[in-house]
Design a protein around this ligand. Sequence first.
Ligand code: GAL
Length: 321
Amino acid sequence: MDKFVLGKPEEYIQWYDDEGNIINASDGGVIYVDGKYYWYGMKMREGGQGYGEMTTTGVVMYSSEDLHNWHYEGVILKCSDAPASDLYGPLRFERTKIIYNKKTKKFVLWTHYVKYPGVHAREIGTAEAGIASCDTVNGEYTWHGYVRPVDNRGAVKDSTLFVDDDGKAYFIYDRVVGQPKAPDEDRCIHIVELTEDYLQPTDNYRRIEAAYWREAPCVFKHEGWYYMLTSSISGWNANQGKYCRAKNILGPWEDMGDPWVGDTDGTSFHSQGTYVFKAGDQWIYMSERHNTENFVHCSAIWLPIEFTGDGTLQLTYQEEW
Ligand code: GAL
């Protein structure tokens, strides 16, 4: 394959690895190391909602030199067989992200972690920031447990990582306090600076009001602007995308509206963002079309980000490119 094939907005196109197996690395990201791209994400189980969106395998990785031909590297964060382990499956390692720490020379992974049996809730263990690290990008990551940033209170939902030019790293997540659907429920994207080793949150954080009641954050920096693409909150059902921008990573952030061209039904062309990475001079938006009939058949919706001047951007859906 030398093209990205996305198909029609209601289609579930599969991408395959070099052994002919479906690439099953959900809601992850891509990291470029020594001439290779490494694509990682949670390996979904066969099945539909309430089953397939969990894993009993863990986080898996694929590598490629050209973004088209992918080779399966294996499981980098493994589920455990021991019922007492944090890693006992089925569980969720949703929205896993990996960054490199130049000082410690370690690859650091953060994930939205939901312990066995993988049911989203508010109690400790059911909505956390899980942390792991490794000396090599594609090795077996060591689990360091989980935290709730800010004040040990807010539940952690969708999340991402971002490293700034000065080497400081940030965990960006949908922070939830209050009871589900009750009037006091509050969900807002927060950004938290990490410690120098990237293994813990610091006390330096901001609430990003421009991303109130948003999730699936994807953050990157281009020509002096920080951008964050987000979705609204409607479970696995796709909804309207938005983005915000800032001149300073800690804000203020400015709501810039829907980046999609021609999104007439407000579904982001039936997708939800997972990450943004750079390939050469091209920023690529990685998104996913969730297949709630069988999560193994989710599809990758990758598109080039178009910059439209004055710090604005847009996304144009293409069936292939
Ligand atoms: C979505 C979220 C996904 C997953 C799903 C579960 O809103 O973006 O990562 O948590 O809900 O219903």
